[in-house]
Design a protein around this ligand. Structure first.
Ligand code: GDG
Length: 485
């Protein structure tokens, strides 16, 4: 078996993968069983003379080669803050209003990806399988193909695909489509994302979905399919400290844990909690909302705005309803050690997850995993989180509907133990069935079989037969075929 070559914006320290959680655990596990190479930005900004473009830093860690590259401050500004986080992040989360379409951003984005491709090319071996991650690196596969790389190259997008009309609004949507088409396999979080990508190609006149479900675009054929990212329940629960530092609560807690991002629906969450206190006064002094919101991408303007909005909202709600001995909203704008989160989740009656748009949302899964099966809490989950496609036994809400969310809090608080247990059991089953290892294995199995198929002799198995033959559960969705409405 050849090596696995990973490319992502940041490279995770393999010895700390368990603390990082989510996909890092699966990737670290993969790299324990298979030789690999991991390429990414070093996290450093280097401007001195030619240093920024000096040879990449290569470190051997057992059978894994870690290759990191610094960015110059211009690259950081235009590629990372500009195009990746000022254009792709907001637009892919359906926030066209926040996109900063500045000339020069895309070119730098392409340039950095080209630089990464040039750094990677000489390190590649013929039997490597290449797996590129996320929106920072969409053109990397195309740049590798331009350099003559013929290895299987797959791409996984961790964030959602927006509706076609929104995607088409990006001035460089055609270039992005060409970049996507360079991959053999494009993995997305949900079936809705797959449909959205199909429609983007179709509506933009950029490609079409063929009879066998693959997409034909720019003289290439690629498979797009959903592979929902999961968690590893065992290692998540194992990171719990032996002795809980959580003090017994005098109130019933609703918990929120989200990076302070405008996609996470935090103002809507605060408003819904405020409305709940207004509508159901009997719960005042009995219930509180604890919101952990660690800072992120603070140099992007929209992030400073959301921070101000939340500070104002929590202040207003606390001022209106708070008492000397009861603060309705505890808003903590800091990162919390992972080992503490489990006890906090477990001691919270409601997991309140309200993104306006989210690729998956691992917090929803972690909250469920942390519950005591004999007395579990209730997950309130936005229908616009990718996780809602699997976690159907949560109380599913529309985060734009404040009244509905306020009522969902009441329903969750009044829910019988029996119903809580039944829902928790069903949610746990969904989380266990498609965990982080399943995500990793299924994606790679599919990528390798899709690529092998390309080289199959005439009369060999069809793509569908090959995909069905895989042992791992395959999540290729039913999709509209070309020519169908
Ligand atoms: C992207 C996509 C997709 C949060 N606060 C703290 C902390 N966390 C941990 C959580 C969870 C992770 O960070 C957040 O993961 P999410 O999935 O909820 O969200 P994003 O960061 O936006 O991730 C998302 C994901 O990629 C994977 O594909 O699900 O849709 O947007 O594990 O527990 N961890 C610690 N302290 C905190 O304060 N230690």
């Amino acid at each position: 078996m050849g090596r696995i070559v990973l490319a992502s914006n940041r490279v995770v320290d393999l010895s700390k993968a368990a603390q990082a959680g989510g996909v890092a655990i699966a990737i670290a596990d993969l790299l324990r069983t298979r030789p690999g190479l991991w390429l990414g930005w070093s996290g450093k900004i280097v401007d001195k003379g030619e240093d920024a473009h000096a040879a990449p830093n290569v470190v051997e860690d057992g059978t894994t080669t870690i290759v990191t590259i610094p960015l110059s401050s211009r690259e950081y500004k235009d590629y990372y803050l500009g195009y990746a986080n000022g254009v792709l992040w907001p637009v892919f989360h359906s926030r066209l209003d926040l996109a900063q379409f500045e000339s020069g951003y895309y070119n730098r984005y392409l340039e950095v990806n080209r630089r990464f491709a040039h750094a990677l090319k000489p390190l590649l071996k013929p039997d490597d399988t290449i797996w590129v991650h996320d929106y920072h690196m969409i053109p990397l596969g195309m740049e590798l193909r331009r350099l003559g790389v013929q290895n299987p190259i797959g791409f996984f997008l961790h964030i959602p695909v927006p509706g076609a009309q929104t995607f088409l609004a990006i001035p460089e949507h055609k270039e992005l489509a060409r970049g996507i088409a360079a991959y053999d396999l494009v993995g997305l979080q949900t079936r809705v994302d797959v449909t959205n990508l199909d429609h983007f190609f179709l509506d933009g006149g950029l490609g079409q979905v063929m009879e066998d479900g693959r997409t034909k675009a720019f003289d290439r054929e690629l498979l797009t399919a959903s592979f929902p990212v999961g968690i590893d329940m065992e290692s998540f629960l194992a990171s719990r400290p032996k002795k809980s530092r959580e003090r017994p609560l005098s109130t019933i807690r609703l918990i929120g844990v989200d990076r302070l991002d405008y996609t996470k629906g935090l103002p809507q969450k605060f408003r819904a909690f405020g409305r709940f206190l207004e509508k159901y006064p009997e719960y005042r002094r009995k219930v509180n909302l604890s919101q952990f919101a660690p800072p992120t991408r603070e140099s992007v303007v929209a992030y400073a705005d959301i921070r101000k909005e939340l500070e104002t909202l929590s202040g207003t709600i606390n001022g209106k309803f708070g008492e000397l001995d009861w603060v309705p909203i505890q808003y903590i704008h800091r990162s919390t050690p992972r080992r503490m989160l489990i006890d906090i989740f477990r001691n919270s009656r409601i997991g309140f997850v309200t993104p306006l748009r989210d690729g998956m949302n691992l917090v929803a899964k972690e909250y469920v995993a942390a519950q005591d099966p004999d007395d579990p809490g209730v997950l309130i989950l936005s229908r616009f989180a990718g996780a809602a496609e699997q976690l159907t036994e949560a109380l599913i809400v529309n985060p734009y509907n404040i009244e509905e969310m306020a009522d969902a809090i009441k329903i969750a608080l009044d829910m019988s133990l029996q119903e809580r247990k039944e829902r928790n059991e069903a949610l746990l089953a969904a989380i266990r069935t498609q965990d982080t290892f399943d995500w990793c294995r299924t994606f790679l199995n599919t990528l390798e079989s899709v690529h092998n198929r390309e080289a199959r002799p005439m009369g060999g198995p069809t793509p569908d037969a090959l995909l069905e033959a895989q042992q791992a559960p395959l999540l290729v969705p039913t999709r509209p075929r070309a020519g169908q409405s």
